[in-house]
Design a protein. Structure first.
Lengths: 333, 212
């Protein structure tokens, strides 16, 4: 294993300390338990948004803490959900007078830990509404699985619901925005290479030089199928087909396309993918209204990408365009 | 009621043994998890039981239930993943089944393990046959019940429970996972032993080694 770290046990806390050195104007951190909050939290008169999950997906979630997005983010160990006491402490720290929305990605550990945390917070009289994100079409949604995983839609939901909270939306309005973004989004990812969880020291899975994994999860979980490497345009089509047909997106829909790097993919390759996304959407009669491109929800050093499409309406576009000031996303201010 | 087979000292000895055993098996548990999950079960359990050693086993005079409660709290606050809430709930419910009792009989332990199992089922919403911890803990509780009904002594009854848990863990190999991250693999989850059932079997085995 070759990584730019000091001690494996110190990775998460040292990364949080580094975030604070870099962005003292935007965030505050707590190390025991570990979380990042918006500078000056709690903000009175505003619904607070809290998310969290395993570390190793940076900039998600800590990178989305700030004006117009999250109030708090709980950082678990690498690829491991944060703990209930951690989420509970973060929730208490950011709760103003209008309640807290928990944005939870659909993984068994995250759901269980956020559930226990919400029970603890409600015991203190803090109103909490939790919304689970499950936009990954690579996974079958049935009674026989834990359901679809939460991936790219998380970032879009945090931005759009965060804007609603910033302009004074109520607890249920903010939670409803998260639900709507989740309902109107579909995603799928792929990997060219594996990632190495520092505590394990060796790659999570093996891929030959001429292979790729279609439908990969953001923790290196195997996807739908392993196939021979193909040109970028063909890979994009493979990801878009199930994304488009699942919602389904239909001709005339206005969409936001989010082309996301998995951590080890250079920006130049993401642009090559975005080129094909634009052409394919146009062939399908969709109107590309907004885009997001870059590595926002990553899987350590994995090479690969995911594509998320969100069906937009005027209200969502307005909230998407609203000012945001976080370490990972910033515009309009 | 049967003879006393576990007191506070015994409970601490069990948790020490379990912590050491999980640490020894951490690589194996993580490898099982890498095959069908996200490759963190061994390191998570090891981290959790290191915290149990620091927080729960350093205090004198407590009764077994109090020790189990501290164990549950330590696991909930350090393990993360699904294992944290599930094992944490398991120990918290064990504690609630015999509060304040200083000397435990095999019947007490059966009631505690049963309460722990029910907590895991409730929190994780898993049924038998879904390739989870329940597939090791369920058979263990059933075997313990049967051995007690057959009039067997505490040590023998717990050995049978441990055997049943290990058989249960091995029986998860052909199962298709329906809960947790492994369920995403569908049919591809068959052919691998469930890491949670495996750590649960270690839990029951070390308990059997610690009574008497």
């Amino acid at each position: 294993m070759k990584k730019l770290i000091n001690q494996v046990d110190d990775i998460v806390s040292e990364a949080l300390q580094g975030m604070l050195v870099a962005h003292p104007d935007l965030i505050e951190i707590n190390l025991d338990p570990k979380y990042v909050v918006r500078k000056g939290a709690p903000v009175q008169g505003k619904v607070a948004l809290v998310s969290g999950g395993g570390s190793g997906h940076e900039p998600m979630h800590g990178g989305f803490v700030g004006h117009g997005m999250l109030d708090g983010a709980c950082a678990g160990e690498v690829f491991t959900s944060p703990t209930p006491d951690q989420i509970y402490e973060c929730t208490k720290r950011v709760a103003g007078d209008r309640g807290v929305v928990h944005i939870v990605k659909n993984y068994t550990g995250d759901v269980l830990n956020f559930e226990m945390a919400a029970e603890l917070a409600q015991g203190d009289g803090i109103e909490v509404q939790a919304v689970v994100i499950n936009d990954d079409v690579a996974v079958q949604d049935s009674l026989y699985t834990a359901g679809r995983r939460g991936v790219g839609a998380t970032v879009l939901a945090e931005k759009i619901a965060g804007a609603r909270a910033e302009e004074g939306g109520s607890l249920s309005e903010v939670a409803d925005d998260v639900k709507r973004v989740n309902e109107e989004s579909r995603s799928m990812g792929m990997a060219l290479t594996s990632c190495t969880v520092p505590a394990n020291g060796s790659p999570t899975f093996e891929l030959a030089d001429d292979e790729m994994e279609i439908g990969i999860g953001i923790h290196g979980e195997p996807g739908r199928e392993r196939v021979k490497l193909e040109p970028a345009d063909r890979i994009v089509d493979r990801l878009l087909e199930p994304v488009l047909s699942d919602l389904p997106f239909t001709s005339g829909d206005r969409v936001l396309a989010f082309v996301n790097g998995m951590g080890g993919t250079p920006q130049i390759e993401l642009y090559i993918a975005m080129r094909r996304v634009g052409a394919a959407l146009s062939e399908a009669g969709l109107r590309l209204e907004r885009t997001l491109i870059g590595s926002y929800i990553t899987s350590l050093e994995m090479a690969g990408l995911s594509i998320t499409l969100l069906r937009l309406d005027d209200e969502m576009i307005r909230l998407w365009d609203a000012p945001v000031l976080t370490t990972g996303l910033r515009w309009g201010m | 009621m049967g003879d006393v087979i576990l007191d506070a000292r015994g409970a601490r000895a069990w948790l020490e043994l379990l912590a050491g055993t999980l640490s020894e098996h951490a690589g194996e548990l993580t490898a099982l998890d890498a095959a069908i999950g996200d490759a963190d079960h061994g390191s998570n359990m090891d981290r959790g039981f290191k915290a149990v050693r620091q927080k729960a086993l350093n205090q004198d005079g407590a009764d077994p239930a109090a020790i189990f409660k501290q164990t549950g709290m330590a696991l909930i606050s350090t393990v993360g993943g699904a294992g944290g809430p599930l094992y944490g709930t398991f120990f918290l419910r064990m504690a609630q089944a015999a509060p304040g009792k200083e000397q435990l009989t095999v019947e007490d332990l059966r009631d505690m393990l049963k309460a722990g199992l029910e907590g895991v089922v409730q929190r994780g919403k898993a049924s038998p046959g879904e390739k989870t911890m329940v597939d090791a803990l369920g058979p263990a509780v059933e075997a313990l019940d049967a051995a007690i009904a057959a009039g067997k002594g505490g040590e023998e009854a717990l050995q049978e429970a441990a055997d049943a848990a290990e058989r249960g863990a091995r029986a998860t190999i052909p199962m298709v996972a329906r809960k947790g991250r492994a369920s995403y693999l569908g049919e591809r989850s068959a052919g691998h032993q469930d890491p949670g059932a495996t750590s649960s079997a270690l839990l029951v085995r070390t308990l059997a080694q610690s009574v008497g």
